[in-house]
Design a protein around this ligand. Structure first.
Ligand code: ZN
Length: 455
């Protein structure tokens, strides 16, 4: 099977050939751990989970190494600790636990290695020393900076910008000690109240970019197959990773393939706190959206297109999954996923095309084929299925009760009984869907049948 992936570095779909098929290596930039992951943070996790699953399917589960880091030293974490009076380690530990739990709920496999930046400070210091020795970095006022001019020809190639363009368009604060405004921090001094480590440049802490260069080299080598992340990381983060790694390890190629996913929107708008459409993965799960539904909604959009999260899509995905789960109940999956599904995934992770094939199998009644293909995509798995088992209860009596109450209220104009029933159903964890033709009660995550006894 030939896998083709869109490589940001070449700006085209390239055939993927691993450096070593016995150990295919992928690095993906992970979260800075100071708060719950929002829905946009989950997109790369699901995208690269699909790529991980495809690589395992193709090269064997034991022949793929997937590393995703936790950034556990960062000024956002320091700020959160200062605001809340909590210990940094307590914040980062808790957030890492949340992240793994929430991403697990979306059916994402855990990477093989999940390095934490604070465990690789020695490797970062070593790499910075190499960069200084080779003339790619300099010390100024307790900071160590990467000298963009020392690598001017190549800096900016991934994102397709020249250093001059970058300077012209930059909104970076220009510190007086920088030789070039685009020079970026490798190491910075820490005051006694901030986390710090001893270094040749005094007590300090790393800049953000150096951790991924140091950890990927340590764990995957100087040349590895795939580097991934959201396209918001392409510049400056990935550009800086490339500069550091290629200058420190000129014999290596760093990453062969650069894969970037597009961003997420909510109901057609950018998700932002100011627009009031900002929510975390946990918010959605708590509102009763099953993780499997979130996953299916994500997979319906190609990773290189903006993904629009809408409530309508979630409802449709839920109905689809209920249907598929009913169809495949008690069925043994076929031995391999259908070629058409693998072909779609191998064509630059065409998950939308793969889902179309799943619909086809469902409509043809091919339950075994549907289950095998869905499992390859991390769907219809036993782990994600608890929501659909739900309480096996007949709610039709309650639906009829509410419908009758509404019919009566239309006549009397007294809606108090309708309101009372709706409130009771909602309180019991049911979603109330009313249309002209009827009433539907859908059990959510926290459904409690006992609360309906009084009605
Ligand atoms: Zn990174």
């Amino acid at each position: 099977m030939t896998i083709k992936l869109h490589n940001t570095a070449t700006r085209q779909k390239d055939v993927f050939t691993p450096i070593d098929p016995k150990n295919v290596r992928m690095y993906v930039c992970g979260p800075t751990v100071y708060d719950r992951a929002h829905l946009g943070n989950a997109r790369p996790v699901v995208v690269f989970d699909i790529l991980y699953r495809l690589l395992r399917e193709t090269y064997g589960a034991d022949h793929v190494t997937y590393a995703r880091n936790f950034t556990d030293v960062d000024d956002k974490i320091n700020a959160r600790a200062a605001e809340t009076g909590r210990e940094i380690s307590e914040i980062t530990e808790q957030t890492i636990g949340w992240f793994l739990e929430d991403m697990g709920a979306l059916g994402a496999l855990e990477p093989n290695v999940m390095p934490r930046a604070t465990h690789y400070i020695t490797q970062m210091i070593d790499m910075i020393e190499v960069l200084m020795a080779k003339g790619h970095a300099y010390e100024a006022e307790g900071h160590v900076l990467f000298s963009v001019d020392s690598w001017r020809e190549d800096y900016g190639k991934l994102s397709g910008r020249s250093v001059d363009d970058m300077i012209a368009g930059a909104r970076v604060e220009v510190a007086p000690y920088k030789k070039n405004p685009m020079d970026f921090v490798l190491w910075k001094p820490s005051t006694p109240d901030l986390p710090g480590w001893d270094s040749p440049w005094g007590r300090g802490r790393p800049g953000w970019h150096i951790e991924c260069s140091a950890m990927s080299t340590e764990l995957l080598g100087q040349s590895f197959d795939i580097h991934g992340g959201g396209n918001d990381l392409m510049f400056p983060h990935h550009e800086n990773e490339i500069a550091q790694s290629r200058c420190a390890n000129p014999d290596g190629n760093f990453a062969k393939f650069w894969i970037h996913n597009e961003m997420l929107q909510v109901e057609g708008k950018k998700m932002s706190k100011s627009l009031g459409n900002f929510f975390t993965v946990r918010d959605l799960l708590d509102q009763g959206y099953p993780g499997e539904v979130v996953r299916l909604v994500f997979l319906q959009t190609h990773y290189r297109k903006p993904m629009d999260w809408t409530d309508k899509k979630a409802k449709e995905a839920e109905a689809t999954l209920r249907k598929w789960r009913a169809l495949t109940e008690g069925v043994e999956p076929s031995a391999t996923a259908a070629a058409a599904v693998l072909d779609a995934l191998s064509d630059d992770l065409n998950t939308a095309g793969a889902i179309t094939e799943l619909h086809k199998m469902a409509s043809e009644g091919d339950a075994a084929g549907l289950l095998a293909a869905a499992n390859l995509l991390g769907l219809l798995t036993p782990e994600l299925g608890a929501w659909a088992e739900g309480p096996n209860v007949d709610l039709s009596g309650f639906e009829a009760q509410l419908f009758a109450a509404r019919q009566a209220a239309m006549e009397s104009k007294d809606f108090s009984e309708v309101d009372r029933l709706k409130a009771a159903f909602t309180d019991a964890g049911l979603e109330v869907r009313m249309s002209k033709t009827g009433v539907e009660l859908v059990p959510g995550a926290g459904f409690d049948m006992a609360k309906l006894d009084a009605l």
